[in-house]
Design a protein around this ligand. Structure first.
Ligand SMILES: Cc1cc2nc3c(=O)[nH]c(=O)nc-3n(C[C@H](O)[C@H](O)[C@H](O)COP(=O)(O)OP(=O)(O)OC[C@H]3O[C@@H](n4cnc5c(N)ncnc54)[C@H](O)[C@@H]3O)c2cc1C
Length: 313
């Protein structure tokens, strides 16, 4: 069975959930082979094996000293050397650039923002804010596919996780842009928005003070999200915007406080397993996709909910 290369997203020795989703998708196509830049920890290797990686290719950490080009050279080299069936990456802005460059090197095609892929390498896209589903397939060369986080549920299935070090001579062009400094983003105690099991989001109905959203999120151990209206008003940072031009989330529980449910917002959260809306307008479009709704003032409802949850802890 041909190998399917999966570029591993990892931070502080921990694999990101999206990589486990990609390994799950890769198993449908062929033999999953994880590609790690830098020395993987034992924990990382074990996790990759747990989700089906038959091979783990490790490349020198030096590749991370540069912007995207070396990773594209690495993936293209491995795809050629191993006659891979496909290359899968997560659809982050950086990885989409890597995907494009890899496809150029392979003389193949790239598909980005894919939400599903089958054994025949037919990829699914959700477009126009989720109102239309399209299918596409790369018709030439080794397909390079960037899959959205939270689109494919990760399912464990043991793989051999045999580690093989890859030697690579980077071209001068790949080393043209070097990273000179890295500043670690301050991380609060809340979970990462795209990985959280529960997301509490606030919209224009919340107003300037987002503490009502944060308090409920903290009571539930949830991440905080925001609509574009709230972000554009400067009430919450852009990094927390959910929607077509923000993050895509697919938590078990999504609570929308004072969000009308515009199609561009829905595009980023409609695959959530359970959706709860608090809105004072019984006609708000968010109610069409909500499993539960409270029609009322969120400034009254959310604090009561927070208090009740805290009481029951
Ligand atoms: C190209 C493009 C891309 C976009 N991308 C995104 C995107 O990524 N994400 C996104 O969110 N939007 C996006 N938008 C904007 C989108 O169209 C909407 O304008 C936006 O989502 C509206 O945000 P909102 O629901 O917070 O505000 P509104 O639509 O103003 O809704 C506010 C809601 O709060 C309710 N409300 C008010 N006060 C209370 C209260 N006290 N208690 C309870 N409920 C209350 C109201 O009934 C209303 O339903 C995009 C638009 C375009 C054109």
């Amino acid at each position: 069975m041909a190998e399917v290369l999966v570029l591993v997203d990892h931070v502080d020795g921990q694999v990101k959930k999206v990589t486990l989703e990609l390994l799950t998708a890769a198993r449908r196509i062929g033999e999953p082979a994880a590609v790690v830049v830098g020395e993987p920890t034992d924990e990382l290797k074990a996790k990759l094996g747990e989700y089906g990686a038959e091979k783990i290719y490790t490349a020198p950490a030096e590749l991370d000293d540069y912007v995207v080009a070396p990773k594209a050279e690495l993936l293209a080299k491995l795809a050629n050397d191993k006659s891979a069936a496909a290359v899968l990456v997560s659809a982050t802005p950086e990885n989409k650039e890597i995907a494009g460059r890899t496809a150029v090197k392979l003389g193949s095609g790239v598909l980005t923002d894919v939400v599903d892929i089958n054994s025949e390498l037919v990829a699914e896209h959700s477009i126009f804010g989720g109102s239309i589903i399209t299918h596409a397939k790369v018709t030439k060369g080794v397909p390079v596919v960037a899959v959205r986080p939270n689109a494919i549920p990760a399912e464990p299935s043991a793989g051999a996780a045999a580690v093989e070090a890859v030697e690579i001579e980077l071209s001068d062009a790949a080393k043209a842009a070097r990273i000179t400094d890295r500043v670690k983003q301050e991380k609060g105690a809340r979970p990462e928005l795209t990985e959280a099991a529960i997301v509490v989001s606030g919209g224009r109905g919340v107003g300037e003070d987002f503490s009502v959203v944060e308090n409920l999120a903290d009571a539930l151990g949830a991440a905080v999200g925001a609509s574009r209206a709230a972000v554009d008003a400067g009430w919450y940072p852009h990094a927390f915007q959910v929607g077509q031009t923000g993050k895509t989330v697919s938590p078990n529980l999504y609570i929308a406080l004072g969000i009308s449910g515009a199609i561009q917002h829905r595009a980023g959260m409609q695959t959530s397993k359970t959706i709860v809306a608090v809105n004072k307008d019984p006609e708000a479009p968010i109610l069409e996709i909500s499993d539960f709704a409270v029609i009322g003032d969120l400034h009254k409802v959310a604090p009561q909910l927070t208090e009740e949850i805290n009481k029951r802890k």
